[in-house]
Design a protein around this ligand. Structure first.
Ligand code: FPP
Length: 249
């Protein structure tokens, strides 16, 4: 006779969120703690992003949407904005080749047409190079604001209604989702299952307000440049302890 033991929850394989959103916060504080200028933290943040992307891909995450620059971030000192805007150029040269070898596909969301020319060029090159990759999608939210995204969607829906493409009665949640930047993702991947914010701040700051309606939220005190594979794993373990009901019982 053999004994039959129910598997403990901790022995179960981890369920990996399909889409993770990350608010990468705390770069400035990380640099300050090291008595370095804020931009030093952004550089380290880019390195952390590379490591976390590859770790996420290895864990089986399908989409990583990262908040790299919000519509509000333009109010930072000009020098800092300039530095952040140059990161994609460095990112393309230094980090994209490894991501490409890892079958990562790079995409972006946000009002990207307003980014400086070189910034957009570097991102377009990264996007073109990795266009046919079938692995994890690294989705950069750049010059992104969730409310602005919804305003734009409303404008475009109104235009299409006026052009008689459909009537107001046809508007439903799916229609609205189709007009958001995330429409480039397949339907089952559009909404993040998990949103992580680093550095101890407990808010979403206009990050994917429509798409995160049912996301699990995970906040950690870790500053973004220190966030690594172990930290990602801890977030996924916490996610597995949640009971996602989507309004049901
Ligand atoms: C928030 O930390 C971080 C940002 C506004 C920039 C994030 C950008 C990266 C991590 C690099 C992204 C990579 C590319 C290729 C675009 P903070 O400056 O607000 O930190 P603080 O709250 O400690 O001041």
């Amino acid at each position: 006779m053999f004994s039959f033991r129910k598997k403990e929850k901790s022995e179960m394989p981890l369920q990996v969120p399909k889409h993770i959103g990350i608010i990468m916060d705390g770069n400035g504080r990380w640099a300050k703690k090291r008595m370095q200028p804020r931009v030093f933290g952004h550089k380290a943040g880019m390195e952390a992003l590379q490591n976390v992307t590859i770790a996420a891909k290895e864990m089986g995450v399908q989409v990583l949407t990262v908040y790299a620059f919000s519509t509000e971030n333009w109010s930072r000192p000009e020098k800092e904005v300039k530095f952040i805007m140059n990161l994609p150029v460095e990112f393309y040269e230094r980090y994209v080749p490894e991501l490409h070898r890892n079958n990562v596909k790079i995409q972006m969301i946000g009002d990207v047409a307003k980014l400086p020319k070189e910034t957009l060029e570097a991102l377009n090159k990264a996007q073109d190079l990795t266009r046919l990759n079938t692995g994890l999608i690294l989705n950069f939210a750049l010059n992104y604001g969730g409310r602005a995204e919804i305003v734009q969607a409303v404008k475009n829906i109104t235009k299409d209604v006026l052009d008689a493409k459909f009537s107001p009665e046809d508007i439903n949640e799916d229609v609205i989702a189709n007009y958001l930047y995330t429409n480039s993702l397949s339907r089952i991947l559009r909404d993040p299952d998990l949103v992580i914010r680093t550095s101890g701040e407990l808010r979403l700051s206009n990050f994917l307000p429509w798409q995160s309606a049912y996301s699990e939220l995970y906040f950690t005190d870790i500053l973004w440049p220190d966030f690594d594979e172990n930290a990602l794993n801890a977030a996924i373990v916490a996610y597995n302890r949640r009971n996602r009901r989507f309004g049901g019982v």
